[in-house]
Design a protein around this ligand. Sequence first.
Ligand code: IFM
Length: 443
Amino acid sequence: MTKIDFTRADFPENFLFGAATSSYQIEGHGFGGAGPTHWDSFAATPGNVVRAEHGLRACDHYHRFEEDLDLIKAAGFDAYRFSTSWARVMPEGRGEPNPEGLDFYDRLTDAMLERGLKPCVTLYHWELPQPLADMGGWRNRDIAGWFGDFAEVIMGRIGDRMHSAAPVNEPWCVAWLSHFQGHHAPGLRDIRAAARAMHNVLLAHGTATQVMRGLGMQNLGAIFNFEWAQPVDDSAAAQDAAALYDAIYNRFLLGGVFKGEYPAEVLAALEPHLPEGWQDDFPVIQSPVDWCGLNYYTRKVIAPCDGPWPAHEEVDGPLPKTQMGWEIYPDGLYKFLHRTAAEYTGDLPLLITENGMANPDVLQNGAVADPARIAYINAHLAKVKQAADEGVPVAGYFLWSLLDNYEWALGYEKRFGLVHVDFESLQRTPKDSYKALMFALTR
Ligand code: IFM
């Protein structure tokens, strides 16, 4: 079995190692009185999700969370990054909370603490309550207030025991992937919807941050996803196309939170669609945070193309790929760590809040050999260490994901877990990558 090339001693003092998941992807949304979400209706619409799979049972973490936390603990992780489902806590999105939902997150929190695991919560990882989607969801500016109320309710219950909290996972996915590209719920392909969602998701982030500060919570962060934009060739047109992709994907949301401004080349197209008075929202959007989370998986090779703005497209790249078809490019993580600190966050701690790979893992004789995943983790940890050695204030690394789970529009086929899940029996089997990490972290 191949091994992890590093031990804790290779990383800065108090560096956190953790495993990450999200509510809709593992819990089983059919249990415990959760309300319908826009993912349920998106998945029920033909053509949106592979085999129209949904999250109603998922990994049944709702009933099996003790077993799952035991796995996190046994691997030697320090922390568990999980998310809270808005629709489980408030089935209508507003108003009356669901006591069963609040009790679930309360028990989950205490079960982490009993095992000595640090609870790192993300409040929203994409399952918008359907009644709020019906009112325009992320297109409606009122969502910032609705989200603030949700933050008050859920953190009023468990916030006192959180090690860290971040309002929204991957705002680019919430806004652009879901409202411009149409790949995720609500499946819109509309520049006006996308522009509004890009802004409103940051307003919601800032509003919830202020609510949590008001509750006395500390160690609050913001989590963004990043993809390195590689021009397809040396032409000026390709350089410009990649720069625009970078501005939309990597710079817009980070710039909103840490600079109080949006990149000019993106504003040129989005400004006519932004809600009136959008500039006045930056004091809320820029509510101070204590750390910045980077979710990193891959790069994209970008070429110019004909058609309306942004007039660029992703093209096939030459590097080895994961089961997602994503190129393996650890240098991108290194470059983003340096760039984020140098241009946006300064001395603020940076955490890699997601990194990992999907692999067509097969359970054979009670084991899963996944040397490709071990190699992927080694290659990325090497870049994290290099950046840390060079002075970037990187403070932690979370694997995506603990379990094989619901990979959104791609259903259950793409396996990201350190632990294999049989989606018939729901049996969990630690893969070789889990065992290799366990060896490295408990040494
Ligand atoms: O599964 C997702 C997760 O929900 C958010 N970040 C990327 C992962 C892999 O696609």
